[in-house]
Write a protein that binds this ligand. Structure first.
Ligand code: HH2
Length: 370
């Protein structure tokens, strides 16, 4: 068990129980968690010591590993046992109202993306597409020139730059919303930042080309660290985790530390569980259901579920035909709304208009006070 409480940067977040426990709000508190707010504490009772289990007493349902308590009771538990310190902090974070969701519209300047490959390969068409997404309500745009679909091969730096640079430049000149570049390469990030991008979306979280962190830091740009198991080429070959949420959290914490060490400001870091990147359907579902656990790092959570293949796998299991990527809007919106409810703040989507509407409605319901 890593001692997160000792971490000088994430110490206040005190994730010491992760991956054994995390907290999700059953009733959203107004502002910080009030004493009478209820919290659902999901506990890995099987990994707890006898004394920890005894402490939780009858309130713990060991069959489901759920502890359903009021925050006041949690505070009382804290007074008895320092290991529970993390829970109160996590309750407060998880119970804080969801910030206004922001939509990151996808502009793929690739010939082979799984979702819209080839549609906007020509720079002018990609720029037009981006401007349409802005008109549809995108808060930011994400320009990518290398497909990361399972089994895909890396694209050469020169080719990737040829694809994305004119699109980033054109969009930065013609719109005022932030432009992100979806790349794992430091040289591509550097050129795009110089051409007007202000955010680097790195699906490797700095593992493929560590210099990308310093490049981002030097430009004072934002940075998205995403979890992926291995590389796009091998990530879907029997992905395995003992505890997918705990391992994704640990990975993101370590990668954020590397980003901070390279000089990226904490206020400019976002995290992403990487739905579909080295995950089976069960892994994706568990991450989506327990997404609130990621908020305990105290960083905005970006979520990409749009058109992903887990939607078709669910259809298949229901003995329906697998839908093509462009026909997965219903499933994308369902996952987006649940992601939002579980703490996602930035939603990476292809269908901006529909996603914005769904996010606004979900947000209105979640923020409603009677
Ligand atoms: N998903 C894709 C690409 N980049 N970046 C982040 N941060 N999170 C994601 O979930 C994510 C991402 C895959 O989607 P797409 O760009 O449509 O496909 P492809 O990689 O084939 O271009």
């Amino acid at each position: 068990m890593s001692d997160w409480a000792q971490d000088p940067i994430f110490g206040d977040v005190a994730l010491r129980w992760s991956p054994r426990a995390f907290v999700a709000p059953s009733h959203r508190a107004r502002g910080a968690a009030a004493d009478d707010a209820r919290a659902l504490v999901f506990v890995r009772a099987d990994r707890m010591s006898e004394s920890e289990r005894a402490l939780l007493g009858d309130e713990l349902d060991p069959r489901f590993g759920v502890l359903d308590v009021r925050v006041a009771r949690l505070r009382a538990l804290l007074a008895q046992h320092s290991a529970i310190a993390c829970l109160v902090e996590s309750v407060e974070r998880a119970a804080a109202p969801v910030a206004a969701p922001r939509i990151l519209g996808v502009v793929n300047a690739t010939p082979d993306s799984f979702s819209d490959g080839g549609e906007h390969h020509d720079p002018e068409r990609a720029i037009e597409h981006g401007l349409r997404l802005v008109a549809d309500g995108a808060d930011m745009l994400d320009v990518g020139g290398e497909s990361t679909r399972p089994g895909s091969e890396p694209v050469e730096e020169r080719e990737e730059l040829r694809r994305v640079l004119p699109v980033v430049r054109g969009l930065a000149e013609r719109t005022r919303i932030p432009i992100s570049v979806d790349t794992t390469k430091s040289a591509v990030a550097r050129e795009c930042l110089a051409a007007g991008a202000t955010l680097v979306n790195d699906v490797s979280a700095g593992r493929f080309d560590p210099a990308i962190l310093a490049v981002t830091a030097r430009a004072g740009a934002g940075y998205v660290a995403m979890h992926m198991l291995g590389t796009p080429r091998d990530m879907q070959v029997e992905p395995r985790y003992a505890d997918v949420v705990g391992e994704v959290l640990e990975f993101l914490r370590a990668r954020c530390r590397a980003a901070l060490d390279a000089g990226i400001e904490r206020s400019k870091l976002w995290i992403d569980p990487g739905i579909g990147f080295g995950k089976t359907l069960e892994h994706n579902l568990e991450l989506l259901r327990r997404l609130a656990a990621l908020r305990s790092l105290g960083l905005p959570v970006l979520l990409g579920v749009s058109r992903k293949s887990f939607i078709a796998t669910i259809e298949e299991r229901a003995e329906l035909p697998r839908s093509a990527a462009a026909e997965r809007l219903g499933g994308s919106l369902a996952a987006l709304v649940l992601g939002l409810q579980n703490g996602a703040e930035i939603l990476r989507v292809h269908d901006v208009r529909e996603s914005k509407q769904a996010a606004l409605v979900a947000r209105a319901v979640l923020a409603h006070r009677d």
